[in-house]
Structures are given as C-alpha cells and as structure tokens.
Design a protein around this ligand. Structure first.
Ligand code: PLP
Length: 470
C-alpha cells in the first residue's frame, strides 16, 4: 500500500469509527451481526499499538485507523485477537489399534514384507476396485517401478504437469528420461489436458498426469489422447486417495496408478506407497522391478529384469490397515466441509476456490486450493495475506513454485550424460502455471476433518483481512 492509499484508507476507517459510535448495535465489518457497541482501545493499548505500528509501517494502518478497531476486529497480525484460538485437528488420527499392530509385528520377528503387506495389498486393491496392488516403500518408488515396468529410459520423453510435487519429475529423471511440461488449467489447477496432445513427439513414451490435491485431472481427454497415440498413462494419485472420475476410483483408469502414504497424506503410515494396475503383465513387471528384478514365485537368486529394493515392510502395512478403517468416513467429512467452505469463500471478492472438472465425482481434498487476487484486497501481497491469515489462527501456504523453472533441472540438463542424450532441450513455457504459483493459497487436509464451524472461521478470517485492506 503506498502512502496515498494508506491515508485514504485511514480516512475511510476513521469515518466508519465515528459512524460506529453513533449506531448501536452496529453491523460488524465481518458481515455478521454482533451485539454490543464498537469498543475503544484503552489509552495504554493505544500507545502500544501505535508503537507496533511504527515498527511495522510496511503493513500497518495509520494510527487513526488503529483507533477504529475493536479488539476482535483488529487484525491479529497487528496485535488484535485472532479469529481462531485453538489449533485445527492434528494429524494423523490414532487409536489403540496402531500400537497393537506394531507390537504384533515386533513379536512376530517378521519385520520385512510379509503377511500384513499382502493383506494390505488385497484390501487396498479391493477398496479401489482394482485387480492388482503392489505395496512399495513410498510414492516415489511406486512411480519409479511403473516407469521401469513400461521400459521408460534414456532418450524417452514423459509428459508431466508443471504444477506438482517434485517427486513426479524426479522419477522421470531417475529413468534418464526427459520430463516435458504441460501448462496448468487456470480453473482446476490440474494439467491442462487440452495441451497434452501438442506436447507429444515421436519420443514420447508415457503420459503422467497428477490428480493434484486430490482433484482428478481431466481423464476423459487424457485417456482419449493416450489411446489415439497408443501411449500408456501413469496416474499420479499420490494425493488422491478415494478420489473418483465418473464413479471410478482414480488410479484404476490408466495403465498404472501410484499412491503415497507419506506422513501428511490422507492415508498415512509415515512413509509408504502403492502401485495399482489392472494389467497382469504390467503388475508382474513392476513387482519384479521393485524386488531387485526377481521373478515372482521363483528362486530368490533368479532375475528376470534389472530392479531395485522398493519393498514395503509389515510395520508400514500394519499401520495402513488400521488407518484405512477411518479413510472413508474422514473422506466424507472432508468433502462435505470443503463444499461448505467453497460456498462461503465464493462470496468473498478476490478469493477463487479451485474448480473441479465435470467428470470429478469425488475429490479427495488432500489440499484445499484457491486463487488469491491481491487487487481485491487493496493490493495486499499474497505473502502478507498469508502472514495475516496465519496470525488469525488459520495455517496456510503458497504451494508450489514453477517446477519447470527450477535450477536443478538446468544443472541436470547441462550434465555430461544428459547433454549427450538430449543435445537440444527446449523447456516449455507454462505462463498459466507461473501465474498460479504467484496467486495460489493452500490449506491442508487435516483442516477439513473437524466440525463445520472450522470452515466458518476460515472464511471469517479471510473476510476480516479483506475488510481491513480492501
Ligand atoms: C503428487 C505427488 N507425487 C509423488 C509423491 C511422492 O510420494 P512419496 O513422498 O511417498 O515418495 C508425492 C508425495 O508427496 C506427491 O505429492
């Protein structure tokens, strides 16, 4: 906010202050009816607020404006009372079953891949409506096993979104294949499926869409393009447990689907992953790769392919089986809370929740994502908005940076081996993604598993900031 703007604001807020004193009860600036009159900051409070204002001149209102603020209306970042004073639900939710299962594994002395891992694979496959599930040590290894089963290697290109977690890209690089970035759909924040076909070249070996934040990518378009060009699809469903596309669980529609069970995920065992397939040959190839290239069911020293040790342990599987008993109910609460939150946030100018593709019949809401328009918040930068919102007791983050512009990619592409393989790499520009990375705001999934009132508080905190700054 420049000096002129600040003076103008101060004048407007002061006007509101004087008006507020004449009318009681007043309609609060949060847009909800509150009883009682606007309260004045007492003299001592005013001095300390003014001192704070002097220290934080970059983001603060002027002194007359501060006088206008009541204790609960003044922004928490300016010393006011936060909208939310208690933490959001902690994650993960744990019961006695987790301890019991770990104890059983310890006592069994079978600490590697064993009966519990096989049970988890059967249970997870069944709950998704899939034929095969291969448990892995994390989501990265599930993707790595899938790419290797498909024979993706040096000289190949893999189509990836620009808006994703780095692991999606890392696994492609681990195969010495080239990630080809596709720009982001500004409305859904997912890979822009309309741009996938344009990214295909004779070197393309695979399409790797991500169901980011738990919201499915446009699988109708992606699967049609893949079929037309006879390309396999690996669905990165690492954030999309129980998400659905036209009534079918994501991960079951491509050649492979990969999950992560890392600590923050909606289904979690600290670190873990799984690969889903309905194709027996593909499943066997991935299974062999994840087990040092061994042949399933044959001698331990008989190898049918190259491979790695990507196996899950029974400790992880035991925890997953316990956590899985809560997933359906938690997912329903997330969906219902997210729907309600969207209805609240859609009314706030400058806040645009991510939309879903028409084919999405269930969003896993690993993340609640929205776009923030600073111009509707009096020019308050996203970074300051995030700080102000956090101070109101609503944890939030800016999300990803433009992955296609990361320096580590340049370093990789400039290395000796890569220059030999890909002498003239052209990195795609992704302008929509660049813009989204400057405007996005994220809430994490655990904020959606509490009562509906939590959503009211998120919306109230944003409205409070908006009313102070717009
Ligand atoms: C979209 C996406 N892909 C892949 C991964 C990799 O999973 P993991 O961390 O379990 O290796 C993650 C994990 O955060 C992810 O969010």
């Amino acid at each position: 906010m420049d000096a002129q703007n600040r003076r103008f604001r101060a004048a407007r807020v002061s006007k509101r202050f004087y008006r507020g004193r004449e009318t009681a009860p007043s309609r609060s600036r949060l847009g909800t009816e509150r009883s009682g009159q606007a309260r004045l900051v007492d003299a001592t409070g005013l001095i300390s607020l003014y001192a704070y204002a002097m220290r934080r001149r970059d983001i603060l209102l002027s002194a007359p404006a501060l006088m206008a603020l009541t204790a609960d209306e003044k922004l928490a970042i300016l010393g006011g009372s936060p909208v939310r004073k208690t933490p959001f639900p902690s994650w993960p939710v744990v019961g006695p079953g987790e301890e019991e299962t770990l104890g059983k594994v310890v006592r069994s002395r079978r600490w590697n891949r064993n009966a519990l891992t096989r049970t988890f694979e059967e249970t997870w496959a069944k709950s998704l409506g899939a034929r095969y599930c291969l448990a892995t040590m994390n989501g990265t290894s599930a993707l790595f096993a899938a790419l290797n089963a498909l024979g993706v290697g040096p000289g190949d290109e893999v189509i990836v979104p620009a808006y994703t977690f780095v692991a999606t890209i890392n696994t492609v690089l681990m195969c010495h294949a080239l990630p080809v970035f596709v720009d982001t759909d500004p409305a859904t924040f997912q890979i822009d499926a309309r741009k996938v076909e344009g990214a295909i070249s004779p070197r393309t070996a695979c399409i790797l869409p991500v169901h980011l934040g738990g919201s499915p990518a446009d699988l109708d378009t992606i699967l049609a393009v893949a079929a037309k060009h006879r390309l396999p699809v690996i669905e990165d469903a690492c954030q999309a447990h129980f998400a659905e596309w036209r009534g079918k669980k994501v991960s079951t529609l491509g050649t492979f689907g990969a999950f992560s069970f890392q600590a923050t995920k909606n289904l979690n065992c600290g670190e873990g992953g799984a690969l889903i397939s309905n194709d027996e040959g593909m499943y066997e190839a991935a299974r062999s790769f994840h087990d040092c290239g061994r042949s399933h069911g044959r001698a331990a020293v008989e190898y049918i392919s190259n491979g790695a040790n990507l196996r899950m342990t029974d400790f992880q599987a035991g925890i997953l089986l316990e956590q899985l008993t809560r997933l359906e109910q938690q997912s329903r609460v997330r969906e219902s809370n997210a729907r309600y939150l969207t209805s609240l946030l859609s009314k706030i100018p400058g806040i645009q929740p991510a939309k879903m593709h028409e084919g999405c019949t269930r969003n896993a809401y690993h993340l609640y994502m929205l776009r923030y328009d600073a111009s509707k918040f009096g020019g308050l930068s996203r970074e300051k908005f995030l700080k102000a919102l956090s101070a109101e007791g609503v944890p939030c983050s800016p999300g990803y940076r433009p992955l296609n512009k990361e320096q580590f990619l340049e370093t990789t592409f400039q290395s000796r081996g890569w220059k030999r393989l890909y002498p003239d790499i052209r990195r795609n520009e992704c302008p929509e993604n660049d813009r989204l990375c400057q405007e996005a705001v994220w809430f994490t999934q655990n904020m959606l598993i509490g009562p509906k009132e939590d959503m009211d508080q998120i919306a109230e905190a944003i409205r409070k900031i908006g009313l102070h700054w717009s």
